[in-house]
Design a protein around this ligand. Sequence first.
Ligand SMILES: [Zn+2]
Length: 250
Amino acid sequence: MCDSHTRAPGAAEPTRRLFLRTAGASAIAAAGAGLLPANVAKAAQDAAPPKPQNAISPDAAVQRLMDGNARYVSGASTCHDFTHEREALSGGQNPYAAILGCADSRIAPEYAFDSARGDLFVARVAGNFVNDDVLGSLEYAVAVLKAPAILVLGHEKCGAVSAAVKAAAGATYPGMIQSLVTAMQPSIEKAKAGKGKGDLLEAATAQNVRDSMAALHARSAIIQDAVKAGKLKIVGGVYRLATGKVDLLG
Ligand SMILES: [Zn+2]
């Protein structure tokens, strides 16, 4: 479980001191809130980030996610100093990764990747698919917070994907649930066409992740530019419920 002597990765000293002596944190918060003109917001972002250990390359960010997941799976999760982190992060944020995950209560990204507050920018919607609000949230993470990685995280036995599979066979749902499952229909149809002898829900879950990754890129010039500049990597994975392991999609 939690080792009280273990520091979060990259935290060489108590985070409170690290944050309090970091200039620009409040300016970054103001920039994020849209209170500063673009040139000032850029200057704020160019200032030292509130969590220097989070300013890493896209590949390093993905590796950090996987290393954190390995600790979580093995029961060696880090103890986090919530009291000091809370105060230190009041001035800004620079997460090392953004995640598009399902709203499912069993999938908790901060636990699954053994990360602290201020580390992960998480957008969650049942079925982890891309809609306008999700896209805008992740564009913010990339353009303003400079997150170097986006992970689209599906999971086993997803109720939303399962409902979308049933909708493809004619099931209907009340309220806005129907629009949610309708949004995933293209992924379900692709999975049905290509699944062979495999499990349809498993195939649809992976296809939905791949389609969400593609949609993030196809629908956003902000994301395209960041990828082209080598500042952003988009990856996809599936969370295994019984073990907690995240398998990246190849
Ligand atoms: Zn789900």
